[in-house]
Design a protein around this ligand. Sequence first.
Ligand code: SAM
Length: 240
Amino acid sequence: MKAFDRPKLRLFVEARLHAGAEIAATPGQAHYLGAVMRAAPGSLLGLFNGTDGEWQARITSLRRDRAVLAVEQLLKPQAAEPDLWLAFALLKRQATDLLVQKATELGAAALLPVLTARTQAERVNEARLRAIAIEAAEQSERLTVPRIAAPQSLAALLDTWPAGRTLVAAIERVPVPDIRPRPAPTALLVGPEGGFTEPELDALRSHAFVHPVTLGPRVLRAETAAIAGLALLQARNPPS
Ligand code: SAM
């Protein structure tokens, strides 16, 4: 199958993928295929599970809340993805949802919600955020879904930070270097609507693995800062 006629329908599944596998769709996926996408038995789609690449599958039966998907052939082998994480102060629900969707599209491998002094939310519905990430991975032709960590305090994040990973902290209104593309492994840290407090900024500055950066002279919403930061950390030099 050529790249241009790869099926547009894509679903993330938990099952292993190989030629001949028969996969039962979840009720939600069956509804999406039949009622939303108007697919029918015989329709082709792509399946991925985060490890086995993307496979072409054919719908062999489809009812309101049930579908069987027969796996046929490999469309795209699993490939290395950016080792870039996003740590973000938890935002209000809508902004958090947007941030999870966009960070998934932009290739973040892990999403780490952080509780800070000015964080406006304390809990996340992890199942809901995972569903948003899965949908964004399906739509953006990713082969993986980012890991979503449980919320943790900024102090815990800094205390348990893995050796060898740079934490690029986005900080507004202070003279710090411009954000630049970095070799992996890296993580971007974005603060809450109200910004980091002075003690939090001191804590960040006290760690050698933290690299404070600016995203420019304007004060961006946290979700804008996350999107711009993830894009800039992965920017490539234009061809000369
Ligand atoms: N309420 C804060 C204020 O007005 O002082 C602004 C916080 S901003 C809405 C939320 C987060 O986005 C910040 O903590 C920071 O991580 C990031 N951010 C926003 N604008 C930025 C900029 N120009 N450079 C770096 N980070 C920025």
